[in-house]
Structure formats: C-alpha cells, structure tokens
Write a protein that binds this ligand. Structure first.
Ligand code: GLU
Length: 324
C-alpha cells in the first residue's frame, strides 16, 4: 500500500486513533481503531490514543474512561497518549484550547479568518448549493462585511469564525483510495474553525494535534476523506508537514447505513457481556477487513503478523448478522 511504502523510506511511523467520546464504543469504531493500530504496528511504528472531547455538550470524561477500558479489554495497547502517558491530560482535546487559540491567532494574523453571523436556518435557506451528502457549501455571505456591519451584528449574535479557502484544487494520494483532488471553494466554501460558543472546530484541532504530536500516518474512516483537503490546507497555512492519509471503508448495515451509536446491540459494552472475551470480536473484524477467510477467534497479537493492508476492501463493508 502506498502509505506503507511512503513511510518505510521516511521517518518512523507514528499513527493515532482519535475517538470522540460522545457515546459508547461500537463495532465501527473498533474496526477503525484495530486497523489504525495494525497499520502502525505492522510497520514497526508506534500508535497514540488521543481523545477528541472538544464538544463539552456531547463528550464526557466518563464516556472517555469507558472507551479506554473497552479498547484495553480488546487488547489494543497504546504506546503513548491518554490513559497511558504520564502527561495523559495533554492527549485530551478539551485540555488543549490554549494551543488551538495560538494557531487560530496565527491564521487571524494572516487575514484569513472572519466572523460569520449566519444562523443554521439562514445557512439552510441560503442559495448555497447543498452537496449530495447534505453538506452545505458556504457561499461567503459574511466574508465581505464592513467593520460597522460586523460590530452591529455582533451586538445580536456571537459569531462563528470561518477560514477563507482558495479556489484551486488540493490533491493528495490516499493510501487506500489513491489519487484525490478537491477544490474547497466548490466542496465546502470557507469553513468553520471556531464555533459561536467558542469551541474550536474539529478541522483546526485535529490538524494542530496531528502536527504537534508528530503523527506521520493518519488511518481513519472514509467518511473523513473530504475533511482531508481542509486539513491539508491548514497544514500549509501553518507551515506544518502533513502526514500520509489512509482512509478505510466503513462498516454498514444491510441497508447501507453506517453503523453508529444508534446500533446499541453492536456496542462493545454489550458484546463484552455476551461473549466474555475479545477474540471472537477481533476475529470477526479481521474477517470483515479481508484478513482471514472465515471468522474465527483471534487475539490482536495473532493478527499482527498476518496483516496485509492490500486485502482491505475498497467498498463499505456490510456487517452480516452477528454470530460470534
Ligand atoms: N474524532 C473523530 C471521530 O471520532 C475522528 C477524527 C480523525 O480520525 O481524524 O470521528
């Protein structure tokens, strides 16, 4: 695979798994964590656990604690990060706002950030085109407001802050899906880097964290493929070297819907109770990832020498009825 070859010649691999603790860990998250872990460890790299608990309304420390316990139970051991390193708190995004603020200020100094006063309803009603997946392309309504207009609007509403994008393609080679090219002006428009409640947005935080934590290889679900050009743009603006990116297929149900926190029966906590040991779950996921011919119990260390990234399917993977 491209991203493996890439890094063998370059720096040692540093991967990461970066879950958002907004609910319980489910099979889809575990699939992603397992593959990120295998990609890094099978190439002699290390892997970091970072908790993306930026959103205080959705994320709690209790959920993060449970998530870490479940990952440990599955046999995924992290070289560094939350719950592992001495400075564990450093790997929780909720503790890193001061760092994000510094880089946010750097982008402001470059004149690329502006306040946006549009409400959600206004955004949906606006003439901005909606992409097929429901995302809105921001048409730039607040980009050219005068100082007076901004001051008047700020009296009524706290603004979000957007980063101005360029109308040129951003290209990269994904380790699993190959050559990609996105024009942010057409795909997202100027995007939010700080929400109106002051919380820094995922795109900014994840880029800063991956850069400062020395991540060289990002392995994550293909739902985030379209986020990559936004992050590459921020890497460039802040003068950081980007990692390689490798997106992997998602686990979906029979109707093609992504497995999510709604699928309570696929939560690891529930599966833990039913099956009592992680091997059936790891073996089942290894089978879904194309690594073994039939689901059979396996522990993570058995799977490691077998791992071949080239066997991972390209299409999203339908999870058959679960029989461990
Ligand atoms: N925190 C994100 C999530 O749980 C993943 C971010 C990433 O891997 O870049 O969906």
């Amino acid at each position: 695979m491209l991203c493996r070859e890439h890094n063998l010649a370059a720096k040692p691999i540093v991967g990461r798994f970066a879950p958002t603790p907004s609910g319980f860990l489910h099979l889809g998250n575990v699939f992603c964590s397992l593959l990120a872990w295998l990609y890094a460890k099978s190439n002699g790299g290390k892997i970091i656990l970072r908790i993306e608990d930026l959103d205080p309304q959705r994320c709690t420390r209790q959920k993060a604690d449970q998530l870490a316990r479940d990952l440990e139970w599955l046999g995924l051991i992290w070289d560094e990060g939350a719950y592992v390193s001495r400075d564990s708190e450093h790997y929780f995004q909720s503790q890193r706002s001061d760092i994000y603020a510094q880089y946010f200020a750097q982008l402001q100094e470059q004149g690329l950030i502006y306040p946006c006063f549009c409400s959600r309803a206004e955004l949906h009603a606006a003439e901005a085109p909606h992409l097929s997946d429901g995302r809105i392309v921001y048409s730039g309504t607040c980009r050219d407001l005068t100082k007076e207009e901004r001051e008047a609007k700020a009296l009524k509403r706290a603004p979000a802050y957007r980063l101005q994008v360029e109308d040129t393609p951003i290209s990269f080679t994904d380790g699993h899906y190959g050559q990609q090219s996105f024009n942010l002006a057409e795909e997202s428009g100027d995007f939010i880097v700080r929400r109106s409640d002051g919380v820094f947005a995922y795109q900014l935080a994840v880029t800063i964290d991956d850069a400062l934590m020395g991540i060289t290889q990002v392995v994550r679900g293909c739902d985030l493929l379209s986020s990559t050009p936004m992050q590459l743009y921020i890497y460039r603006l802040l003068g950081f070297t980007p990692p390689s990116f490798c997106h992997i297929p998602l686990l979906v149900d029979a109707t093609g819907r992504r497995l999510s926190k709604r699928d309570g029966d696929l939560e690891i906590a529930a599966l833990r109770k039913i099956y009592g040991s992680p091997e059936p779950i790891i073996g089942f996921l290894a089978y879904l990832a194309g690594q073994i011919d039939k689901p059979e119990p396996l522990c993570v260390s058995d799977l490691l020498p077998l791992f071949a990234a080239s066997k991972i399917p390209q299409q999203n993977i339908v999870v058959p009825e679960i029989k461990f």
